[in-house]
Design a protein around this ligand. Structure first.
Ligand SMILES: NC(=O)c1ccc[n+]([C@@H]2O[C@H](COP(=O)([O-])OP(=O)(O)OC[C@H]3O[C@@H](n4cnc5c(N)ncnc54)[C@H](OP(=O)(O)O)[C@@H]3O)[C@@H](O)[C@H]2O)c1
Length: 254
């Protein structure tokens, strides 16, 4: 079913080839949007996602969100390929374990640098380049995919929790800075979602306990998170700018 709100809207979905990003790209396309499916390494999955999108005019964009200069190119290629940019979904992310009481120094340091580079600096820099386009065009929407871990803690991956907390704070700061420019900024904070990132945990011996964290007794489907992203990207509630919306199955109330 097409949705007039997204008809002709041009969206960049980072990490759009797999998982939550793929679900977001599909829903945007289903509702009339044109999507730049961004990926870093997994071109095959990104091509499969692209081929599965409803409608026409979608493109693939490759780039490492953890490399500052690449963020500019990612946005420029999107603008060239789609003819503009109305919506940025900062979804790409990494999760790497690095226990403070177990990791070697090099492993600890590398995990912090990579996690912060991809999960926090990437969205900040992509937002910078996207906002310049959106300001010139008179408005736009930025939706960040953060995590429950920002609030609940990530004892075995502290850089992940810290980077997502930073992304929540960035969401609020950019919402304030960009509201006068007609740009809406908000975030969704999922709990466990059935994707490659969560698969080792959900399929492992702790899987049942993880599902039991939610009174629903399950993890989220990527499509459920995509629905929240689309609501935020839709403009149906401009007053939600700055919000971080929980989608964690009541596994963590704050
Ligand atoms: N799954 C969960 O339980 C869960 C829970 C809370 C929050 N989240 C967040 O939701 C977002 C999507 O996660 P997911 O579960 O869908 O993960 P996923 O299935 O592991 O997919 C990760 C995506 O990010 C892309 N990516 C990774 N490193 C990148 C880099 N350096 N530059 C650009 N793109 C990069 C990947 O591209 P390639 O395909 O090319 O590798 C892939 O498309 C992430 O921000 C994650 O932190 C996930």
């Amino acid at each position: 079913m097409k949705d007039a709100e997204f008809e002709g809207k041009r969206a960049l979905v980072t990490g759009g080839g797999r998982g939550i990003g793929r679900a977001v790209a599909r829903l945007l396309a289903e509702r009339g949007g044109r999507v730049a499916v961004h990926y870093r390494a997994n071109r095959g999955e990104a091509e499969r996602t692209l081929a599965s999108l409803a409608g026409e005019g979608h493109i693939l964009v490759q780039g490492d969100a953890g490399e500052p200069e690449e963020t500019r190119r990612i946005v420029e290629e999107t603008v060239r390929g789609l003819g503009g940019l109305d919506i940025l979904v900062n979804n790409a992310g990494v999760y790497e374990e690095h226990r403070i009481d177990g990791a070697e120094w090099e492993e600890w340091r590398r995990a912090w640098e990579r996690t912060v580079a991809v999960n926090l600096l990437g969205p900040a820099h992509l937002s910078y380049w996207a906002a310049r386009r959106m300001i010139d065009a008179g408005g736009g929407r930025i939706v960040n995919v953060t995590s429950r871990g920002a609030f609940r803690g990530e004892p075995t991956a502290p850089a992940y929790g810290a980077a997502k907390a930073g992304l929540n704070a960035l969401t609020g700061s950019l919402a304030k800075a960009l509201a006068p420019r007609g740009i809406f900024v908000a975030a969704v904070a999922p709990g466990f979602v059935e994707t490659d990132m969560a698969e080792p945990f959900l399929a492992g011996p702790g899987g049942e306990a993880i599902r039991a964290q939610s009174p629903l007794g399950r993890a989220a489907a990527p499509e459920e998170i995509a629905e929240v992203v689309l609501f935020l990207a839709s403009g149906r509630c401009g007053f939600a700018t700055g919000a971080v919306v929980d989608a964690n199955g009541a596994s963590h109330l704050r």
